[in-house]
Structure formats: C-alpha cells, structure tokens
Design a binder for this molecule. Structure first.
Ligand code: NAD
Length: 703
C-alpha cells in the first residue's frame, strides 16, 4: 500500500501513515487508508486497529497542493475516508503524537478512540487559509469538546498543546511513554473489555442559551474578522452542529466550505501559503547545498537598523558583537535595544530572565579586532558608498576566511560593495525592514559573485530568525523599493492632477493598504526622500527629480517628527490632520508646472497606484531581479502593508485579468502628461495578457 505501512502486532493492526514530511492526506494515502481498513476488517486475526503517523507526527492534514485539482475531490475524498473509519466494524484507535492538524485532526475525530502523547500539536488551521474544516471537524469537535472550546479552536486556527487538552473528552487516554506501545495497550484493553465503539457523530451536543451565545459569538467575531468571511462561516457551521442532526450539519459544513473555497479572500490566502513555500527555493541553488555554520555574528552600526538587526540575531539565540566607531553612538544604540526589550517585558511578551539572557548575548565594541571569530557580519552604517568602502575594507582585513559579509544597504550597488573586498563570493545583501526586529520581510540580495552556499546559508539564517526571505538581484531599490518608487511617483502624479494627499491615502486605505503613501511618507520622514532626490539631481543634472515634498521640506515639514509634513499633527499625536497650508503648496506647485487641476476619482487613484506597482513588478521579473511573481507579492505583503486578502500586487493583477491591466496601462500611457516609458505595459505583461496567461502560472524565462 502506497504511503502507508500495515502490520499486525499481536492481534492489533497497526496502520502507519507514511507520507513525509507531514503525512498529508493526498489521494494515494487516502486510497491506502481505505484499503488498510478493509484488510483489517477482513482479517479474523485482527481485533482492533491503531492509526498512527510516522516521522513528525500523526498528520498535518489535507495536501494543499491538491487544492483546486481533480485529486482533491477524487474518490475517496477525505470525508469518505473518515466515514469509512467511523463505520468500521472493528475499533479504530488514533494514536496522536506530533502534528495533528486540519484534516489530520478530522481523521482522528472519525476514529472510535483517541490516545495522545505529550507534545502533540492540535489545530484546525483552515481558517488561516480562508476556509473552514470541511471534513466534519466543525460537527465532531463540538460534540467532544463542547461548543465554546471547539469554536475557539476552529475560529482561531490556533495550535493547542495536547497537554492542555489532557483531561478533556478529546482523548480517551494520555500516553506518557512510547506512543505506539501505549496505543497497543489501549487497543488490547478495548478488545478484551469489548468496549462499545464510540462514534463521535452519535454524541449529543447541547448548549444552554444557544441563541444568545451564538449571537454574541457572531458579533464579536465579525468585529475582528475584517474583510474575511471564514471566521463567521465557522460560527454558522457550529450553529448547525447544535441545531441540526449530524448529517444535516455535515451538509451545511460542506456548503459553507464550498462557498469559502470560491472566495477571493481564500484564493489570496492560499496563494500566500504557496508563495512562502516557493520563496524558499532558489532556482539554481539545490536544496541540499551545504550551509556554512553560523554560531556568532557581528553587526556594524548601532543605529535604527543595526539595533533591530542585532535584536533579530539575539532573539534567534546567536551571540552578537555590535560595533560602532564612537562610544556615545554605541551607548545610544545599546540603550535603544534595552528600551525595546523592556517594552516587550512590560507587554508580557518577554520575561526578566529571557531579557537578561538576551542582553548577555550582546558584546558591544569599538574595535574591529573583536570581530575575528564571527561567522557572519551585517553592516548597517550610513547609506554612503565611501563609508561602506571604509567598513568593508576594514572587515576584509579582520574577518576570518569563509565568514559571510552582508550589507543592509537599501539601494547602493551590492557588486560595488563586494568589490571593496578580496572575497566577493562571500558578500551578500541582507536587506531588513524597519523595525528590523519586528518586520518579517528580508530581501536577500544576490550579487554577481555571491556563492551558492552563502545564499543557502542566508536562507537558513532567515528561517532561524523567523523571517520571510525573498531573493532579489542587484538593481536600484531591489524589489520592494524599486516598485515603491513607481508607486510614490504615481501618487504624486495624482496630487498634481488634482487630488489631495488625504484623498489618495483614503482611496488606497479603502483598497486595503495599511497606510496611504502620504501617511507613510510622514511616518518615515520626508527628509529621506528629499536627500535622495538632491543626490540624484547632482548625479543626473539633465533630469527633473523635483517633487512637491521639496517645498514642504524647505519649510521644515519633515513629517511626524517635526509635527508636520503632508499632514499636520497635534503635539504627541500621530493622527494626521489635513492641512490647508499643504493644499496651498500643492496648488502653487501645480500652477508653476502649468497644470490645470481636474477631478480625480478613487477608482483612478487605486488603478494608477496598483498598476504602477504591477508594471514595475513585471519589469523586475523580465530583468531577472525576482525569481517569480509570488516573491514580489511576499515583498509587498510583508514589507509594505499590502492587504493579505488581496494576495499581493501581482496576484491582484492576475485576479483582475492581465488583459484588463495591460489595457488600463496603455490608456494611462496615452493620457497627456503621462510618461510612456513608465506607463506603457511591460513587454512581459503584454505577452502574458495576449496569451490569456497569469503571472502565477508563468514559469518560463522572462527574457
Ligand atoms: P542610522 O543613521 O540610524 O544608523 C547608522 C549607524 O551607523 C549610526 O549609529 C552611526 O554611528 C553608525 N556608523 C556610521 N559610520 C560607521 C562606521 N564607519 N563604523 C561603524 N558604525 C558607523 O541609519 P539606519 O537607518 O540604521 O540605516 C543604516 C543602513 O540601513 C543604511 O544603509 C540604510 O540605507 C539601510 N536601511 C535603512 C532602513 C530604514 O528604514 N532606516 C531600512 C532598510 C535599510
């Protein structure tokens, strides 16, 4: 039997799910379970069956790769398998250890008895993919655990340790020693004592004041579910478990499941799930590439980014040498790190002992000689090529051979930085986002000479730090900031055309962005962009980099930190207040540029800003900067506040239809004042649109 082992031990059939890595319940395994049940039931020498998982645990649930394919619904589907288990004439005992999630837990709920080991992880995480447990989980769990406890598990998708459920009716026994031996012992007792089969479907589920409770649950869940339909649907499925007979409840669950499966929100969440897995693969770096050991790290610069990066490394358990050139800068950096940890202490996310442990991992220094034994060093000094040169030359002189030299530069040429050393193969970009200890995104920048094992090591490190890593080639701004520049320019064009910052922000926030671009500008500081434009203007005197924000900066309006930027702020408040002075600046700026303002609708705002992102994303794929469109989505979702329920800008374009996107871009490109070199649809976009393709399905070479 495929993906499964069958053996009879002393009258008990042991059915071991064997589908690494998590015993997902794909078609072959489902077929094998049905065959194994039939075989055990037909064998007179078998008194009962133990269903157990090999490797990491019982089962991680459905095989998500089958979603949307004929295999997902092919006979026997998971519901059928669970029905067969429950209908088995001989007792079936689930032996639950390790991961027992989603369809895996639903399978266990179909068994007549469940025994569990300590450390098992129990969950129905379907809601996190925008769906609900669709193989009886919403009907059986309340029958065992009671409505409230079951609903909490179903709606939160959270993982619960088996110890926490030890004394609940979910488990018939808790096994402290070897799980299989314990389960076999339990099975023999079931046979010897002729214990009646306990079919969960036959249990009663009642709840006093059910109507009032469910109304309360609906209201409170709706309030936190935001745009996602799944959590409220979970409540309705559990209502059906209470109000309807089992079969009717199952039918209701099935209908809700089908509706959710078709929802754009679930499509987006499943896309993200797959995207995160895809991003871990670098096309030309085999998964078995050996990684370099990272036991100790160095960070250069204890400013905003250096401090956060040091914390990310320490939080992952790595000792960190933190270097500055001046004692006062070092003291400031250390004080910031301590303050951040103390904040976590106050919030209760860290205890005193862990705080001390973490700080003990930090070794501040002013001396490059202290970096002699680090395996990795991450530079986060000023964004200036001369300073980067000094640092990388100094590092090259002291860092041991084989150690990795990383830069956190936002936009400087990594290959130029690598050329400051005699070991460009060991140089890589690790582009963290601010605050680095909080933000999940890490752009791993691959230089022309970066060695494959250095890339593999960086991927491993990102996982250790709990980051979502995306590989980017070298270009101005890498993936995220290169796209952001187009988005920002599109937003600026809109205020030039006649919109106001608050209108642009509102439209994009309505679309789902965490914050509109002008609010983001005020938060990050308008002086950063101003300095960048001045530098570029000096480099390329023939080009116009001017921006209405220059006028604001000249007036000392740098954003929140000066109490005014695109908005004004009351002292101590971060609430943006539209400011007539800004309106006057914009009007004057338009007048100088000879622009007659017109009415700009929200639809146009969203269209221009989103399609600017998509078009640049297509060019980024064409240029070979990103490996796949889903990587771009991850960058925007994890680094730029893009709404998860839309799946990222490239997925949003796929859902809209690339033909529609290309047509809109061509229309914008033809409008007076538009720069066709920016707005004309990228060749890849045009090609895919003509072929009726999507970015997600595009696997070929972009060139
Ligand atoms: P920052 O000004 O807050 O910190 C820079 C630190 O480097 C200062 O503490 C300074 O004393 C120190 N420093 C300067 N020269 C040094 C040297 N020769 N040796 C050791 N230390 C030195 O700047 P930041 O915002 O932390 O940015 C650092 C780097 O990270 C830049 O390359 C920047 O582009 C990049 N970055 C910044 C952000 C962000 O949002 N701030 C995000 C991603 C990347």
């Amino acid at each position: 039997m495929n993906k499964l082992k069958f053996e009879v031990l002393d009258g008990i059939a042991v059915i071991t799910l064997d589908n690494p890595p998590v015993n997902s319940l794909g078609l072959e395994l489902r077929e094998s379970i049905v065959s194994a049940l039939a075989r055990a039931n037909a064998d007179d020498g078998v008194g009962a069956m133990v269903l157990i998982g090999s490797g990491t645990g019982f089962s991680g649930g459905a095989d998500i790769r089958e979603f949307g394919t004929p295999k997902a619904v092919a006979y026997p589907n998971l519901r059928t398998v669970i029905g067969e288990v429950e209908d088995s004439a001989k007792p079936v005992i689930a032996a639950i250890g390790g991961v027992c999630m989603g369809g895996g837990l639903e399978l266990a709920l179909g068994c007549h008895f469940r025994v569990a080991a300590a450390g098992a992880r129990i969950a129905l995480p379907e809601v996190k993919l925008g769906i609900l447990p669709g193989a009886g989980g919403t009907q059986r769990l309340p029958r065992l655990l009671g409505v409230e406890a079951a609903l909490n598990i179903i709606v939160s998708g959270a993982t619960v340790a088996s110890e926490k459920l030890r004394d609940t009716p979910l488990f018939d026994a808790f096994i402290d020693g070897d799980l299989l031996q314990g389960a076999l012992g339990f099975a023999r007792r079931v046979v010897a004592e002729k214990l009646p089969l306990r079919r969960v479907r036959d249990l009663n589920v009642t709840l006093p004041n059910a109507d009032a409770y469910f109304q309360f649950a609906r209201n409170s869940i709706k309030a936190v579910a935001g745009p996602y339909p799944a959590p409220v649907a979970c409540v309705e499925a559990v209502v059906a478990a209470v109000e309807k007979p089992f079969e009717a409840g199952l039918k209701c669950e099935r209908e809700l499941f089908a509706i959710l499966m078709m929802s754009p929100e679930s499509a987006a969440l499943r896309h993200i799930f797959q995207a995160e897995r895809a991003a871990t693969h670098i096309l030309d770096v085999p998964t078995d590439t050996p990684v370099r050991p990272i036991r100790k790290a160095g960070v250069i610069g204890a400013g905003t980014m250096g401090g956060g990066i040091a914390m990310s490394l320490i939080n992952a358990g790595l000792p960190v040498v933190l270097l500055e050139t001046q004692q006062d800068a070092l003291d400031r950096g250390l004080a910031n790190i301590r303050r951040n940890y103390q904040g976590a202490l106050r919030k209760g996310t860290l205890n005193e002992a862990s705080l001390e442990q973490r700080l003990a991992l930090l070794a501040p220094t002013l001396d490059y000689a202290s970096l002699g034994d680090v395996d990795l060093v991450i530079e986060a000094v000023f964004e200036n090529m001369d300073v980067k040169r000094q640092v990388f030359e100094a590092l090259d002189a002291v860092i041991k051979p084989g150690a990795i030299l990383a830069s956190n530069t936002s936009a400087l040429n990594l290959d130029a930085i690598a050329a400051f050393t005699r070991r460009p193969q060991d140089v890589i970009g690790l582009h963290f986002f601010s605050p680095a200890n909080v933000m999940r995104l890490l752009e791993i920048v691959r230089g022309a000479n970066t060695a494959k094992d250095v890339l593999a090591t960086a991927m491993r490190l990102s996982k250790t730090m709990g980051k979502v890593a995306v590989v980017s080639g070298v270009c101005d701004g890498f993936i995220g900031n290169r796209m952001l520049a187009r988005y920002g320019a599109a937003a600026h064009d809109l205020i030039m055309a006649g919109a106001l910052p608050q209108q642009v922000d509102a439209a994009l926030q309505e679309f789902g962005m965490a914050m509109g671009p002008f609010r983001v500008g005020d938060l990050a500081g308008l002086d950063i962009g101003w300095a960048g434009r001045k530098r570029r203007a000096a480099e390329f005197p023939a080009r116009d980099f001017s921006n209405a924000a220059d006028v604001l900066c000249e007036a000392g309006r740098f954003g929140q930190k000066t109490g005014a930027g695109w908005y004004r702020y009351e002292p101590g408040s971060r609430t943006p207040i539209p400011d007539p002075k800004v309106e006057a600046v914009i009007e004057e700026y338009r007048r100088k540029k000879g622009i007659t303002p017109r009415k700009v609708e929200s639809k146009e705002i969203v269209e221009r800003c989103m399609y600017a992102l998509v078009n640049e994303g297509a060019r980024i794929i064409e240029d070979g900067i990103a490996q796949r469109s889903s990587d771009i989505d991850l960058v925007y979702l994890n680094g730029y506040g893009f709404p998860a329920y839309r799946g990222g800008p490239m997925f949003f374009a796929d859902q809209t239809g690339l033909h529609e996107v290309a047509r809109a871009l061509a229309r914008i490109a033809a409008q007076p004042g538009s720069d066709p070199s920016v707005w004309a649809p990228a060749p890849l976009l045009t090609r895919l649109a003509d072929q009726g393709q999507t970015f997600s399905a595009f696997k070929g070479s972009a060139k």
